[in-house]
Design a protein around this ligand. Structure first.
Ligand code: PEP
Ligand code: MG
Length: 760
């Protein structure tokens, strides 16, 4: 059973669209359960359940049989959200007869709901003529199958919407995580790694004759390559092995793959997509065969597929012209891909893989490009040329938006632009409340571009310089001298303001290409200070570089990430002292910088007092603190709703850290994303935080809100909020306070509140 379960799921996963996914399900499940009928019903946009695929019922009923959730046995499975297993279905009160299915012959019925994200997506049904009580094992098999398939169907459904509609447009919404805030509306451009058969974007071909000729040219080029390869290896291969090259050549013929692709091009699909589609279909067939030799042939096919595809893509990629408002979409965007697009044309980014902490997201925030990460259900290969909306606040992407939705987002975009313009005037004004309480606003940096933007926006210091960013951009660890140069640049740019440099924080989801860390549970594994304490040579070189870089400027602070205990901090501190003493011995004219720890794990919250007594400052990393307190992976789109920065537990922890740090007379700051949230900034100020450090984009907004409120108002808001028991109540209360302070426009756009019904 386990084997067939696995292989069915694998096969369904490989399906190119919803229709083929469903067909695989019904065929394979029927065979595995040795029953006569297997059908899938899926929910349509009106909330009815439609027969979408069947093996055993009349196939002409597909798309015709449609049930309300209160109709028939299928409806009953939907409303009960539980399996129904009947030996004699026709005598059940909910039984309903649909002549078009030929259903009256089937007596036994087992239906299980297909549930995804708490919603019943559909129902998976097996039936049989003879009375048969499907046993517990059958039921468990179907339930397991359905649970496994729910995500696949949801994904295929998203893809299927677009494939089914072909070139017609239908608005669709895809969830991901926020990568960089802001709204972008533009034309989708799909960027794929070269010669990747699974990620070829769908495109129509307008000139069939020219496309056919181009395809033949590419085939000819590959034939040449293969012949050349065969010649080269002739003396080293036996006759049988040489025959493989002939087999390759034959596959390219019109009677074989070449002919199938030609047919699809004639029907209007461009050559790269048609080729990839044909290869993948054949690959699936080979893979599903029991014969190991034939399964091996799938590898040859893939190889041939890639060879031809690289020719097909070579000429198309070269002469790419980017639209004026490009929304770049890819399975896994990389920094180098961003570089290919003229900066003034790039308005938004969407990556199917990755998280808000991925390198590309950090870069996007630095460049102020609205970005959605981890949009796992986005059928990105179908997106080329479509209109896309990137909602970088909520981490949502829309394709082919309705006019109404476009209008709505364009209005928000316009408002944003005006807001940014209006806020420019605040650059040189102090960040202080109406009753003159000063709150320094610092920035988080990582790249040189951040520095320029931060200074333009009036940052008063750097609360977090993420040193892993320059490490990520290289193909080996930078040397001590290379690091010194980079750090010097940061320190000089901000001098005399303080620059807080965090020691290397890798692990978790930040792995260096040249120092991979592979673990089952990376966020609870070897990350942050744990890595660098195990590698003192890396830590010492970095700290030496930092201290040397600060020579004559003396504006450096050193911050230690992921501290979970006092001894960890003590060891790190002693290494810093050691580096400092070495530098003195080497006659560098340097000062010992203030040393601080990040409070980003619950253990550090409960030991904030002990830690504070031994360092010069504390800085809360609310991004990680929230994930560890709430046990919610900060990068997992599936649990993104549970990642609540305003969760009462988080707020209590934040207040406790401020109090405990102050009890030891040290400065307490915060450098997580929460600091850049205007509403949260008010609460943090009231808790007594001495400095807020955030991305440069949000700095003017936070300044505006602080300047529109009194400390007294902030404190009474905090009192009210701290007695609330859930995050939504806190959000409402904070938003109301911002409205009362006349700062309505600074509230994080509640985009969904005003969305047209189709989009929510
Ligand atoms: C944090 O965890 O809040 C933080 C600032 O560090 P990073 O986001 O780099 O993990
Ligand atoms: Mg962190």
């Amino acid at each position: 059973m386990l084997n067939s379960l696995r292989s069915i799921v694998q096969e369904v996963n490989g399906a190119r669209d919803l229709k083929s996914a469903l067909e695989i399900i019904v065929t394979r499940v029927r065979a595995a359960m040795e029953t006569q009928v297997c059908s899938v019903y899926l929910r349509d946009p009106d909330g009815n359940y439609v027969l979408m695929a069947t093996e055993g019922l009349n196939t002409s009923a597909v798309g015709q049989v449609r049930l309300r959730p209160d109709e028939g046995l299928v409806g009953r499975v939907v409303t009960r959200e539980e399996p129904i297993n009947l030996e004699q279905a026709e005598s059940h009160p909910s039984y309903q007869y649909f002549p078009e299915t030929g259903e009256e012959r089937y007596s036994s019925f087992l239906g299980v709901p297909i549930i995804h994200h708490r919603k019943v997506l559909g129902v998976l049904v097996v039936q049989q003529v003879e009375r048969r009580r499907f046993d517990e094992g059958d039921e468990a098999f179907l339930v397991t199958m359905s649970a496994q398939l729910a995500g696949v169907i949801a994904h295929a459904e998203a893809t299927g919407v677009m494939v089914a509609f072909g070139q017609k447009t239908a608005e669709a919404k895809f969830l991901g995580a926020s990568g960089a805030p802001g709204i972008a509306v533009g034309e989708a451009v799909v960027m794929t790694p070269p010669a990747d058969l699974r990620s070829v974007p769908y495109k129509k071909c307008d000139n069939v004759d020219a496309e056919l000729e181009f395809f033949q040219q590419c085939l000819a080029a590959v034939r040449n390559d293969i012949k050349g390869l065969g010649e080269q290896l002739k003396t080293r291969l036996n006759r049988e092995e040489q025959a493989l090259f002939d087999a390759y050549l034959a596959m390219l013929d019109d009677a074989s793959l070449g002919g199938e692709v030609t047919e699809r091009i004639r029907q209007g699909t461009n050559a790269p997509y048609a080729w990839a589609e044909v290869i993948l279909e054949h690959e699936r067939t080979f893979n599903s065969m029991n014969d190991a030799y034939l399964r091996e042939r799938a590898t040859d096919l893939r190889d041939l597929g890639r060879r031809v595809l690289s020719y097909l893509q070579e000429s198309t990629q070269k002469c790419r012209i980017y639209p004026d408002r490009t929304v770049l979409i890819g399975e896994e965007l990389t920094a180098s891909m961003l570089g290919e697009i003229p900066k003034d044309k790039l308005v938004g980014l969407v990556s199917v893989q990755g998280s808000s902490n991925s390198h590309v997201a950090i870069l996007a925030r630095a460049m102020d490009i609205p970005t959605v990460m981890g949009a796992v259900d986005l059928p990105y290969t179908q997106m080329e040329g479509r209109t896309a909306i990137v909602d970088g606040y909520k981490g949502v992407v829309y394709s082919d938006p309705s006019d109404q939705l476009l209008k709505h987002y364009k209005a928000i975009y316009q408002e944003e632009q005006e807001l940014v313009k209006g806020l420019e005037a605040l650059k040189d004004l102090p960040c202080e409340t109406l009753d003159k309480h000063r709150l320094p606003l610092w920035v988080n940096t990582g790249l040189m571009t951040d520095v320029v933007r931060s200074l333009e926006r009036g940052a008063e210091g750097v609360g977090l310089y993420r040193t892993e960013v320059p490490f990520l951009l290289r193909d080996r660890f930078p040397s001590e001298e290379e690091q010194r140069v980079i750090y010097r640049e940061q320190l000089e740019a901000f001098a005399p303001h303080t620059v807080t440099m965090r020691t290397l924080d890798i692990g978790g989801d930040k792995s260096l290409p040249y120092f991979p860390i592979e673990e089952a549970n990376p966020f609870l594994g070897w990350r942050g200070i744990r890595v660098t304490l195990d590698h003192p040579e890396i830590f010492l070189a970095q700290v030496r570089a930092m201290i040397k870089a600060s020579e004559g400027l003396d504006n450096l602070r050193i911050l230690l990430p992921m501290i979970t205990s006092v001894p960890e901090m003590e060891i790190a501190k002693s290494l810093i002292y050691r580096a400092f003493n070495e530098l003195l011995e080497e006659n560098h004219d340097v000062r010992l910088p203030p040393i601080g720890v990040m409070i980003e794990v619950p253990a550090a919250v409960y030991q904030a007092r002990e830690l504070a007594a031994r360092v010069d400052f504390l800085s809360v990393g609310s991004n990680d603190l929230t994930q560890y307190l709430l046990a919610v992976d900060r990068n997992n789109a599936r649990v993104a709703d549970l990642y609540q920065a305003y969760h009462p537990a988080v707020l209590r922890a934040l207040r406790q850290v401020a109090n405990d740090g102050h009890s030891q007379g040290v400065s307490v700051g915060i450098c997580g994303e929460l600091a850049g949230d205007p509403g949260a900034a008010v609460l943090l100020m009231a808790m007594g935080y001495d400095v807020l450090s955030m991305n440069a984009t949000n700095l003017p907004k936070v300044k505006a809100v602080i300047r529109s409120i009194t400390m007294e108002q902030a404190e009474s808001l905090l009192d009210e909020v701290m007695v609330l028991s859930d995050a939504d109540q806190v959000t409402d209360k904070v938003n109301q306070a911002l409205r009362d302070a006349g700062a309505t426009r600074l509230i994080r756009p509640q985009v969904d509140d005003a969305l047209p019904a189709s989009a929510s």
